[in-house]
Design a protein around this ligand. Structure first.
Ligand SMILES: Nc1ncnc2c1ncn2[C@@H]1O[C@H](COP(=O)(O)OP(=O)(O)O)[C@@H](O)[C@H]1O
Ligand SMILES: [Mg+2]
Length: 330
């Protein structure tokens, strides 16, 4: 605590006016909590601001030239700040090595001490991946990142079926090559069942607003898909509100999804939100993260990431392709 304007102001620091000298020259401090008196050292003999600033700069120059002589790997570690917003295109530019080639690996965001794409094998700890967050935290956008990443290789190895029980930004991805079908409404169980039966080989089932499919035929079908996912090579990626996923804890396909402890936790509002993916969050967790900021959770380990915003123009869904997909194959 430096000199205060009013004697009583020292109480803000937990000190009593009795602990503090009556007169304090410039630079005199009382360190809390033990009321130790000390004097801050000057960097140059002249106490004026300009002289002190010049001394700081001189010191910085000396240090910089000293660091120049040091090998890169011996320098202090640099930690990049996470961006508040990154597009899929800009994220791809950060990649220095080859793109992931496994059909189940997708790029969920940017992160790390040196910003780099964060690739996740969705089958890493099971065959499920859960996106949890409050409304408007960027859950649908996270699913879009998964879909564009899975289909972006253009190999068609992992056809994607998207379930939107309520209108969702994912509807716009229906025309992407690799997206077999977008199903709408809460009564999509039968269609989903048919789609999975029709498509040859493994399928990635993407479910937005998953809490709306917690019951009914769709829930039964999804439970069967999750149960058999590993054997059949299918994948399930679902997004829901942290609040709803928390209450679905002990039953149904959503509870099964949580068991893998694999997913993205967007904007947790308190440490309790960590329970959804069974991770311990600091008690100081208060939310207020930018949209698309999440913790990637893999088996209890968390990594902060920024999920990319899809920036490629999405063509409107072509009506005829949806009709063609309706014709059952005998
Ligand atoms: N990764 C992101 N980066 C930047 N802004 C985002 C991101 N994700 C979402 N947003 C912003 O937040 C809004 C809500 O996103 P959305 O994915 O629809 O959230 P949710 O599905 O959780 O309700 C979007 O309109 C967008 O403006
Ligand atoms: Mg949404």
């Amino acid at each position: 605590m430096l000199r205060q304007a009013e004697p009583d102001d020292v109480t803000v620091f937990g000190l009593s006016p009795r602990d503090v000298p009556r007169a304090m020259p410039a630079g005199r401090i009382v360190a809390v909590p033990h009321a130790v008196e000390a004097q801050i050292a000057l960097l140059a003999a002249d106490p004026e601001g300009a002289a002190q600033a010049a001394a700081v700069e001189e010191l910085a120059d000396t240090l910089t030239s000293r660091w120049k002589a040091v090998d890169n790997e011996r320098l202090p570690h640099r930690i990049d700040p996470l961006p508040d917003l990154i597009t899929v295109t800009d994220l791809a530019r950060l990649r220095t090595g080859p793109s992931p080639s496994l059909p189940t690996v997708c790029t969920v965001g940017v992160g790390g001490d040196h910003l780099a794409p964060i690739d996740v094998d969705l089958t890493g700890t099971g065959s499920a991946f859960l996106v949890s967050g409050p409304p408007r935290s960027g859950r649908s956008t996270a699913l879009a990142a998964v879909v564009t990443s899975l289909t972006g290789r253009g190999t068609g190895e992992m056809p994607v079926v998207i379930c939107c029980p309520r209108p969702s930004p994912l509807t716009g991805l229906g025309s992407l090559p690799g997206v077999a079908r977008v199903l709408h409404g809460t009564e999509l169980g039968m269609e989903l069942d048919d789609m999975i039966a029709e498509l040859p080989g493994p399928v990635a089932v993407i479910v937005d607003d998953a809490e709306l499919l917690a019951d009914g035929l769709a829930a039964d079908v999804l439970e069967r898909v999750v149960r058999g996912a590993r054997d059949e090579g299918n994948l399930v990626v679902a997004a829901g509100t942290t609040e709803d996923l928390g209450t679905q804890r002990y039953r149904g396909w959503l509870a099964m999804l949580r068991r893998d402890r694999h997913g993205l936790l967007l904007n947790p509002s308190s440490h309790v939100d960590g329970e959804v993916l069974d991770v311990k969050l600091p008690r100081s967790t208060r939310g207020g993260w930018p949209a698309g900021r999440a913790l990637l959770v893999e088996g209890g380990v968390t990594v902060p990431v920024q999920i990319p915003l899809y920036d490629k123009p999405v063509r409107p869904v072509r009506q005829e392709s949806r009709i063609a997909a309706r014709i059952p194959s005998f």
